[in-house]
Design a protein around this ligand. Structure first.
Ligand code: ACO
Length: 330
């Protein structure tokens, strides 16, 4: 029988060395540990130095995931990098491929902001289910500190940097039970890291635009409202596709944006707090890295065990949101 099912066989993660707490941020903008803690649950975040690149963080997370899965880089058929903050706008997955020595793998980037890991998981699954690829390394990594306005207290207190990875392999048992993905570009303006250019008349016939990316802008209240409403819906839909009732879930791993969002979503889904994985107090919102980072920590600490049923849900810029229901292990 062909192996057209999917197994989740290894995880890894890497974060920058430097950590700054809320009190340090209060030296930068008018804020306080009390405000940040009560509104978000975040206590500290990791920030990448110049030498800690998306390539180095992503490759380190990937190496750990390969080792946990017990396969070599040369066994990989595909490396998918979910990120919004590449080292190179042409893509960073190939640099990671080179760093890992994954000579047989095709590698490319996928951008869906904080939903990137879940969108990447579903994308990787399509290649495995069609029998095209057997061994996939999925990495979620972001260095949002590069693009945060560090004078804007509305956003700078929220984000941190990091990388997480999982190995997905063809398997006789299918451990991906269900998923649902959504996008709504009409609400794109609520959360942006947008290109801004100045006009530059090259010749009479052609005026082009050249510039840079503006720092992150966000309508926090609208994003909050969107997350609390849409995430329970999409988890419900994914559970329906998985033919699983919510009480059969062992763990809920939401994109680690804000503890209040985690609590509100869990409450709406009727999932008790002991099943909700949360590590955002240490890392803040690490965008595409947040779910695999939380997953890897929970696997390594022995919290998540082989066979456990997990609902993972990402949400963010685009706007994009999605959920995947899967069982950990082979
Ligand atoms: N320190 C102190 N005061 C602040 C800070 C800060 N860091 N930031 C904002 N404020 C002030 C504002 O200026 C405003 O003051 P004003 O009333 O005088 O105008 C006031 O605090 C706003 O307070 P609240 O209305 O109580 O703020 P709220 O409860 O909406 O919390 C927050 C703000 C935390 C941003 C919330 O809206 C939120 O979590 N939204 C979701 C954001 C999110 O998760 N984004 C990322 C998800 S998608 C992605 O991952 C990219």
């Amino acid at each position: 029988m062909e192996n057209l099912g999917i197994a989740f066989t290894g995880s890894g993660s890497e974060v920058p060395v430097t950590s700054i707490d809320n009190n340090a941020l209060a030296e930068l903008v008018e804020t306080s540990d009390e405000w940040i803690t009560t509104r978000t649950g975040i206590k500290q975040r990791k920030l990448a130095s110049k030498s800690e690149t998306l390539t180095s963080l992503g490759a380190a997370a990937g190496r750990q995931a390969l080792s946990a899965a017990g396969i070599n880089a040369s066994d990989l058929d595909l490396i998918l990098l979910a990120t919004s903050t590449p080292d190179d706008l042409f893509g960073t997955a190939c640099r990671i491929q080179a760093e890992l020595g994954a000579t047989n793998a095709v590698a490319f980037d996928l951008t869906a902001a904080c939903s990137g890991f879940v969108f990447g998981l579903v994308t990787a699954a399509q290649y495995i289910r069609t029998g095209v690829y057997q061994n996939v390394l999925l990495i979620g990594a972001d260095i949002l500190s590069r693009w945060v306005d560090w004078q804007d207290r509305n956003t700078c207190v929220l984000f941190g940097d990091g990388a997480g990875a999982v190995v997905m392999q063809a398997n006789s048992h299918d451990r991906l039970l269900g998923f649902e993905l959504k996008s709504d570009g009409t609400q794109n303006h609520y959360l942006n890291l947008a290109y801004t250019g100045e006009e530059n008349e090259l010749v009479k016939e052609a005026t082009i635009s050249q510039g840079n990316f503006a720092p992150i802008t966000m309508n926090g209240k609208e994003v909050y409202r969107f997350a609390v409403q849409r995430v329970p819906e999409v988890v419900d839909k994914a559970l329906f596709h998985a033919n699983l009732s919510v009480d059969k879930l062992d763990w809920l791993i939401l994109h680690q944006a804000n503890q209040r969002i985690l609590d509100a979503v869990a409450q709406r889904l009727n999932i008790p707090s002991y099943k909700v994985i949360s590590n955002l107090s240490h890392y803040g919102n690490t965008s595409a890295a947040s779910i695999p980072l939380a997953l890897d920590e929970a696997v390594r600490s022995g919290k998540i065990k082989p066979g456990d049923s997990i609902a993972a849900s990402g949400f963010g810029a685009g706007l994009t949101w999605g959920a995947a229901i899967f069982q950990w292990g082979r």
